[in-house]
Design a protein around this ligand. Structure first.
Ligand SMILES: *Cc1c(COP(=O)(O)O)cnc(C)c1O
Length: 374
């Protein structure tokens, strides 16, 4: 439990005690092998495949480079249909590839791309769909695949929020032509900074591995204008240590989730989105919507939290389509994105992490209850 007025953050990155990490660091020092496909890199790739129930995974130094390389690998060009309700890196990865993003609105219950709206956004230039699994809610993967199959489009999932997520007993990461993970410090599983591409076959993994290492196929052969996206040994070792504690971390997060759901169920003006329809949840975020009928605005509530040293976050606000490099696009017109607009203007993500206890959760709830009485 944190002290009464100690800062309470939206997440807490350390899942393992420091002592467990030290032997790995000593070994790395001893071996003098710091990066370029070392043994911890290989071990983490293997462990993650096993843990996530996927076959082919390539580690990256961060999720954004993984996104950029996944698009390169599939030679995506022209226009790509995506969501305005995400972290800005989703759309930036398109601009870095010279691709035009085409934004469509989201589903009000899962906050993910509304598959019914995709078809109308397709043009002769469209080559792919870039949906985002949001918080712990998977996209409607079947409906998206149907559209993709009909029009011959690729599907690349930004799965930065979907670590370990399973639906009907199957990894959510197995869908589409590629899925991208982020292991940034704020994510449910982290390697300080880090990321990965999950792809369907060994040939693609090989090409992705070339692309993340300058295009080197061997010491003297460069097969593509690759980039440097390699994960180093310290990050990989940290990931191995963190992974051992992931199940416990999820169990602790589940308790916080249950506390919030019970305590916030009956507050007029606060909507708690339904539990995701998944067979293995990850409790990565806990979002609430502050409706216009609540006595104070979302931003006023946000400030009350901050005043009490509780660092809630407005994920995702502003919308990607509000940023200067996107807002001029026809598909960024707010009139076309009413659901995303409403959610971005009302969402708050509450603290949820394995080092919180009942009292911490109660402290968060009390801020909302107090505001509800005002
Ligand atoms: C965190 C995040 C990213 C970026 O990942 P980094 O590892 O920080 O580069 C991309 N998309 C979404 C949805 C994210 O939440």
């Amino acid at each position: 439990m944190t002290e009464e007025n100690a800062p309470l953050y939206v997440t807490q990155p350390m899942l393992a005690p420091l002592e467990e990490f030290i032997p790995y660091l000593e070994d790395i020092w001893e071996s003098k092998w710091l990066t370029n496909g070392g043994k911890y890199h290989a071990a983490l790739e293997a462990e993650l495949c096993r843990f996530l129930g996927v076959e082919h995974l390539s580690l990256f130094s961060n999720g954004t480079l993984a996104l950029i390389v996944a698009l390169q690998n599939l030679r995506i060009t022209g226009e790509v249909i995506t969501t305005p309700y995400s972290f800005v890196a989703t759309a930036h990865s398109l601009l870095w590839n010279g691709i035009k993003p085409v934004f469509v609105d989201i589903d009000p219950h899962t906050f993910t791309l509304d598959p019914k709206l995709i078809e109308a956004a397709i043009t002769p230039q469209t080559t792919a769909i870039l949906p985002v699994h949001c918080y712990g809610y998977p996209c409607d993967v079947e409906a998206i695949q149907r559209v993709a199959d009909t029009y011959g489009l690729r599907v690349i999932y930004d799965a930065a929020h979907a670590f370990a997520l399973e639906q009907n007993g199957r990894s959510v990461l197995a869908h589409g032509d590629a899925s991208i993970l982020s292991f940034h410090a704020t994510k449910v599983f982290n390697t300080f900074e880090g990321g990965a591409i999950i792809c369907p076959d060994a040939k693609q993994k090989k090409r992705i591995d070339y692309l993340k290492n300058f295009g080197f196929a061997d010491e003297v052969t460069v097969v593509a204008p690759g980039i440097n996206g390699k994960m180093n040994e310290v990050q990989a070792a940290f990931g191995l240590v963190q992974l051992k504690h992931f199940a416990n971390a999820i169990a602790a997060r589940q308790k916080v989730d249950a506390h919030y759901r019970a305590a916030l169920a009956d507050i007029p003006g606060i909507t708690v989105p339904a539990t995701p329809a998944v067979s293995r949840p990850n409790y990565s975020y806990f979002s609430i919507l502050v409706d216009p009928s609540f006595p104070i605005t979302r931003d006023a509530l946000f400030q009350r939290f901050r005043d009490r040293n509780i660092v809630v976050r407005r994920y995702f606000y502003p919308l990607i389509t509000d940023f200067p490099m996107y807002r001029g696009l026809p598909s960024a017109d707010p009139a076309r994105l009413p659901v995303a607009r409403r959610v971005a203007d009302s969402v708050l993500c509450l603290p949820i992490h394995p080092h919180m206890d009942e009292n911490d959760a109660a402290r968060v709830v009390e801020v909302i209850r107090e505001a509800a009485r005002s």
